[in-house]
Design a binder for this molecule. Structure first.
Ligand code: SF4
Ligand code: SF4
Length: 375
């Protein structure tokens, strides 16, 4: 049996967060069950991009502060690290409020730059993961609960993709292509190579709509914790009432028969799920590939069904960040505009996720628009 704990909390008020996290961890044995004196403990928050805490893009600094303090009280040495999707690590740390918390608590910041080869036995044989991620004695994963235009939801498992350093993330998007289940499988294989010891989810203010970079903050008022990130994600998806067929990571975990994927083998503690359920949580644009079509038809029709990004030129500053982030090189920039080669586009939405000016929007694939209009 896997256990996921749930606690209600409505604000990031400093005095309130830590006692709730203590309560959250009690049924799991408390922080002392995961951190021993002298151990180097890597805290892995979501540091997607340089946004302020109120944008709900990154893990809130007060959640980080509380966990750092608990690690230190257990005798551990707290180190905070990640590899942002865009921007310099120190810029993201400063803007997100995490740098200040690290300075105030005497923890240490460590950007993921250096990576180490590690070999898997699954579908993907070779990964390069951040050295501090592989070498830490303990890992505490601190995801932010958000929608995700490619994967529907990002929570505990997806947050571990930060262990892939910088631009290598784009290469993995390219390897998995437009196949979300393949991408989910890759995420799970990263998780299996180096499992986090504990996962604590910041869902006090989550993100709904077109996350993970451009969605809307939404008060969910919850913290979740568990040892198994798959089980944590299963419960998070259930609380948001996300249809199971859109939860690619959980589906892939079920196919692999991973522990935590089976809801009947998860017990919850703290706030009962019935009382924690969130209604009307807005999901991203509907996926194109959820029609139950056989694979050969999906592949043939993908170009016509796939939602595609386009630039809102009034907002676009032609900064080139999306161009650098696009795995298949489907974007070109001229002096005055931005162009997409939709034949090359794999629908990963990295461009939209990383655009700092919210200048990209999504249109449905031409076949889907036609059907909606005329059928
Ligand atoms: S769409 Fe966004 S990221 Fe791309 S060039 Fe324009 S402003 Fe920059
Ligand atoms: S254009 Fe955007 S959605 Fe398409 S492949 Fe490039 S980054 Fe991904």
């Amino acid at each position: 049996m896997e256990m996921v704990t749930i606690e209600k909390i409505l604000s990031y008020d400093r005095s309130g967060v830590k006692p709730v996290i203590v309560r959250l961890l009690e049924p799991l044995g408390g922080m002392g069950a995961y951190v021993k004196p002298g151990e180097l403990v890597l805290l892995k928050p979501n540091m997607l991009s340089a946004k302020p805490p109120e944008a709900a893009v990154t893990t809130h600094p007060e959640v980080l502060r509380a966990v750092i303090e608990l690690v230190q009280e257990a005798g551990g040495k707290a180190v905070v690290g990640d590899s942002p999707g865009v921007g310099r690590f120190t810029t993201v740390a400063a803007k997100s409020g995490m740098m200040k918390v690290v300075e105030e608590t005497g923890a240490q910041l460590i950007g993921f730059h250096d990576s180490v080869e590690i070999y898997g036995s699954g579908l993907f044989k070779r990964f390069e993961l951040a050295r501090p991620y592989l070498e830490a004695d303990r890992i505490i994963n601190l995801p932010k609960l958000k929608t995700h235009e490619m994967m529907t939801m990002t929570c505990a498992v997806k947050n571990l993709f930060g262990a892939v350093v910088g631009t290598a993330k784009a290469a993995w998007h390219l390897k998995a292509g437009a196949d979300r289940e393949m991408f989910a499988r890759m995420l799970l294989e990263i998780y299996l190579l180096r499992k986090p010891d504990l996962n604590i989810v910041d869902a006090i203010i989550a993100m709904e709509g077109n996350g993970p970079g451009s969605g809307d903050p939404r008060q969910v008022g919850l913290l979740l914790a568990g040892v198994n990130p798959v089980a944590v994600d299963v419960i998070a998806g259930e609380l948001l009432s996300i249809p199971k067929n859109l939860l690619y990571v959980e589906r892939a975990a079920g196919r692999l028969d991973l522990e935590g994927a089976d809801r009947t083998a998860i017990i919850t503690s703290g706030l009962p799920p019935e009382q924690a359920r969130i209604s009307g949580f807005r999901l991203p644009h509907k996926s194109d590939l959820q029609w139950g079509l056989p694979p050969f038809l999906k592949n043939r029709l993908r170009h016509y069904l796939t939602p595609r990004p386009f630039a809102v030129m009034e907002k676009c500053r032609l900064c080139g960040i999306c161009l650098a982030a696009c795995p298949p090189g489907a974007i070109t920039i001229t002096e005055s505009s931005l162009h997409f080669d939709h034949r090359k586009c794999i629908g990963c939405f990295c461009c939209r996720e990383l655009c700092p000016y919210a200048a990209l929007d999504i249109r449905e694939g031409p076949l889907l628009s036609f059907i909606k209009k005329y059928v």
